[in-house]
Every structure is written in structure tokens, then in C-alpha cells.
Design a binder for this molecule. Structure first.
Ligand SMILES: N[C@@H](CCC(=O)N[C@@H](CS)C(=O)NCC(=O)O)C(=O)O
Length: 471
């Protein structure tokens, strides 16, 4: 079954380079012909495999669970780019910190031994117009001499799978996949690296392929429509809300599913303030909420006869009101800088987040994921080098604005929208982990199911978080 058509959103080298980490294709074909044979072939990678763009996009997402992306090599003035992937059974490289965040998805790999397999592959993507020529300076090319290629164009090989008949000739994008390492000799004495030390079935037990994850996400969404959901606050958030349920002059009207509400809640907790938490369903338009915020949106706060809506305004108010734990720097330039990046979060990251969260079309998901990643990268580049937070060691308002969305990236976008975790060892990962592990963020976070269960609530909000036109 062909699910969604290819979106040729990367017809140039630049577009390919901008793709998020490890993400090579932009469509899903659930049930293509000869799938089992193709999976075996792409698992074994006995010889260099040449694929048309169509073949690569169709079959690689069915086998990408076997491998994990390690690095991408770009070449100056060359019409190709190489992506290196290790067999997933090689395990986590030494030095990659494990997250001890209890709400983070538990990975089966934590129990697995390391270095169970040594197979590495190189996937080379040749841009339109590239041809395979010997001596082009790249090792992969010398493996594919014109005569080999000639043969591959003309024959059906003994695995019975069709070869790309026209890829390098008619100037379309094409791909090669080849082994660059393996478990020693393969016993044939032909210099070819050895095979995987496990079966394809074993790889399938360990991780689902992109296509399987796509199908699971679709099923999850379908089930969600069928059964009524509890949609109730849970976990640490519930405990914190109970602790702050007593009548108090300062009231926070918030909804557990709402990222904007969570911002204000994090700030109240970080500042150690006394307040009353009032879980509020904005869709029911309760009077107390309308009195505090005539627009009827959460969050809103009330303090005596004064009230306000809008998370950014409330956060500024709390900052002016309570300086015991400041979340804003005193230096005017640094403060202006923070305001600038808060604006970036609200004007660019939030709409890009919503665009991706709303995208059920797989090709659109790739496009929006790339845009969201670019907006995040701009923010991360503006952050203090040492971290872990935006300004360094202490949580500030930029972090407070950002944190609820970072949490929802791993809880919603990763589960439903094919969003990739931050690349290990990067500043982005350091920041995302710090936000996940921050005690005030954790104290205001429910168990992860809540966020998927309530996705429709904040996506259906009246707020025009909008069409994202980021460029
Ligand atoms: N810009 C507002 C956004 C608040 C917002 O969108 N709240 C949503 C829940 S996440 C809401 O109250 N929706 C109710 C509705 O649309 O009727 C803020 O930052 O406070």
C-alpha cells in the first residue's frame, strides 16, 4: 500500500545537508513489492548496492531499525554526501550519558551488551546529475567501476531484484549502500567484511523500523479516537497541584495539557512562591477564568482585584513581583538578549512546533521537522556555550518559555511525528536533558501518556499558533 507521495523537498545538496540527523527519506510506502527480499538484501549488504531514489525512499525506511546513524560526511564541490550507519547491536558508544529522567522513554538497549556486532555501512547519496566515475576521490566510487555499473544496468542479478536501470544515466538522484566494516572475514576469503552476528529477526526485536513506527503511530491515533481518554493530570504534577490546592490570594488558572500554563507554573515553583493551583478547562469557559482573562484562555492569574492572561505577560509580572529567585538577568543588555530569544521561541519555535504537531502527512512532517530543528538550532547557537541552561548554570525566563515545548517534543512529536532525539553530545542534548531534569519542570509534569491523550485539546485551541511559514 502506497501511503503518501514523495515530496521532493531536497533536490539540491543544500537541502540534503539540512535534513535532520539521520533522516534520509520523506515518504512511507507501507507494503512495497518484494519487501522481504529487499530487507534481507539491505540487511546483508554483501556487495555495493546501487539504488534509484525511488527504491531507496521505498525500502530503506523498512530496514533503518537495523542501523543507527553515526555521522554524515560532506565533501566540498562533490555532488554526493555520505552517511555512516553502525549496526544498532554495536550499542551505545562509550561516553554517551544515559538519562536518569524517570519520565523518559525506557530504551530496551540499556539492558543490552555492547559491541554485539561490528557491521558498518556507508550510504552515499548522489545528487541529480552525478555520475559514477573511477578515481573521483571518494573510496565508494572506486568500488563501483564503470564496468560494474554497466553490468548492474543490464542484468537482473541472482537475487531477482531489479537494478536501477537509469539512475546515473538520466541524471536523477541515486544512492549506493556498501559495507565499510564487519565482523572479520566472511569465510569466503574474498576480502569482504563478515556478516552481522545476529539475524534480521533479532534486529526487529530490538527496534521498529520507521515504517513500523509510522504504522504504530497511526494505530495509536486511531485507537485514541475510539476510546474515551482520562485526560487527567497525573504523576508529579498531580502531587504539586494537591500541595497548592488550598485557598490563596494568588491564583493560577491552568490546564494540565497546556504548555503555556506550564510556563507560569514552573516559574511559581522555581521562585518558591505561595499560590493556589486551579485546574481549569478553558473549553468550558468557567466564570473565574473569564473574569481573570476575558479571552477565556489559560493560563491566567488573579491576585486580589488584579488579574491577567498571556503566559509571557504573567511571567514578567511574577519576575517584577518576586525577586527572591530571579529568572531574569540584571544586566540590561543580557536582559534584552533574553527578550529577543523569548520572542524567537514565541514567534518561530512555537508555530513550527504546532505545525509539526498538526501534520499527519509524512512528507509534511519531514518538512516541518526540519524547520523546527532549524529554529531550535538558531536558539541553541545563541545560548551560553557551557550551559546547561540558556544563560549558563541557572534557569532563566528563556528556559521557562522553552521547557514545556521541549518536554512535548519527546512525549508527542517523537511518538507521533517521527521527531528525532537530540544528537548525543551536542549542546542541544545537554540543554534538553537539563530542562527534563530540572526539579521545577519535573514538579509540573504529568506522566507521559497525558500529553498524547490531550494532543487534540491544545491543537484545537482557538489560538492561531498558525500556519508556519518559516523560511
Ligand atoms: N498566547 C497564550 C496562549 C494560551 C493558549 O493557547 N491556551 C490554550 C490552551 S493551551 C487555551 O486556553 N485554549 C482554549 C480555547 O482555545 O478556547 C499564552 O501564551 O498564554
Amino acid at each position: 500500500m502506497y501511503i503518501q507521495s514523495a515530496q521532493a523537498n531536497s533536490s539540491t545538496a543544500e537541502a540534503s545537508e539540512q535534513r535532520p540527523h539521520g533522516q534520509l527519506v520523506s515518504r512511507i510506502v507501507v507494503d512495497p513489492p518484494d519487501l522481504q527480499a529487499w530487507r534481507e538484501k539491505l540487511f546483508n549488504v554483501d556487495d555495493t548496492i546501487i539504488l534509484t531514489n525511488d527504491q531507496f525512499e521505498t525500502y530503506f525506511p523498512h530496514i533503518d531499525n537495523v542501523y543507527s546513524h553515526r555521522s554524515t560526511q560532506k565533501y566540498k564541490r562533490k555532488p554526493f554526501i555520505s552517511h555512516y550507519w553502525d549496526c544498532r547491536m554495536k550499542g551505545r558508544p562509550p561516553g554517551t550519558p544515559k538519562s536518569d529522567d524517570p519520565s523518559k522513554k525506557k530504551r530496551k538497549r540499556s539492558a543490552r551488551e555492547r559491541d554485539l556486532c561490528d557491521v558498518k555501512i556507508k550510504i552515499t547519496e548522489y545528487f541529480p546529475g552525478a555520475t559514477i566515475l573511477p578515481g573521483d576521490g571518494d573510496a565508494s566510487l572506486s568500488l563501483v567501476s564503470p564496468s560494474v555499473y554497466q553490468t548492474s544496468q543490464q542484468q537482473m542479478f541472482n537475487d531477482g531484484l531489479p537494478r536501477p536501470m537509469d539512475a546515473p544515466v538520466n541524471g536523477e538522484r541515486f544512492w549506493t549502500i556498501q559495507r565499510v566494516n564487519g565482523n572479520g572475514g566472511n569465510g569466503k576469503g574474498d576480502g569482504v567484511a563478515g556478516p552481522h552476528k545476529h539475524s534480521l529477526a533479532k534486529s526487529d526485536e530490538i527496534k521498529k523500523s520507521t515504517v513500523q513506527r509510522y504504522i504504530a503511530a497511526q494505530e495509536k491515533e486511531a485507537k485514541k479516537i475510539q476510546k474515551p481518554l482520562p485526560r487527567r493530570m497525573s504523576g508529579a504534577a498531580l502531587a504539586t497541584a494537591k500541595k497548592h490546592s488550598r485557598e490563596h490570594e494568588l491564583k493560577l488558572y491552568a490546564a494540565c495539557f497546556c504548555p503555556f500554563s506550564q510556563r507560569v507554573w514552573i516559574a511559581l515553583e522555581a521562585k518558591g512562591m505561595q499560590y493556589q493551583y486551579c485546574e481549569t478547562d478553558p473549553f468550558k469557559r468557567p466564570t473565574q477564568l473569564l473574569e481573570a482573562n476575558p479571552r477565556g484562555l489559560v493560563p491566567a492569574i488573579r491576585e486580589g482585584d488584579w488579574a491577567s492572561g498571556e503566559s509571557a505577560i504573567i511571567l514578567e509580572y511574577l519576575e517584577d513581583h518576586n525577586q527572591t529567585v530571579p529568572l531574569s538577568p540584571t544586566d540590561p543588555r543580557l536582559k534584552a538578549n533574553c527578550r529577543l530569544w523569548i520572542d524567537h521561541i514565541n514567534a518561530r519555535i512555537v508555530p513550527a512546533f504546532f505545525a509539526l504537531a498538526r501534520a499527519t502527512d509524512f512528507a509534511k512532517q519531514s518538512e516541518y521537522a526540519e524547520k523546527l530543528q532549524n529554529e531550535i538550532t538558531a536558539l541553541v547557537q545563541a545560548a551560553n556555550d557551557r550551559g546547561p541552561y540558556f544563560l549558563g548554570e541557572d534557569l532563566c525566563l528563556v528556559d521557562v518559555h522553552f521547557a514545556p515545548f521541549v518536554l512535548r517534543m519527546s512525549r508527542i512529536l517523537r511518538e507521533l511525528r517521527n521527531w528525532g532525539d537530540p544528537v548525543p553530545g551536542t549542546r542541544w542534548q545537554q540543554w534538553a536533558d537539563a530542562l527534563e531534569q530540572n526539579p521545577h519542570v519535573q514538579a509540573t509534569t504529568s506522566q507521559k501518556e497525558l500529553y498524547i491523550e490531550t494532543l487534540d485539546l491544545f491543537l484545537n485551541s482557538r489560538q492561531p499558533h498558525g500556519e508556519y511559514f518559516g523560511s
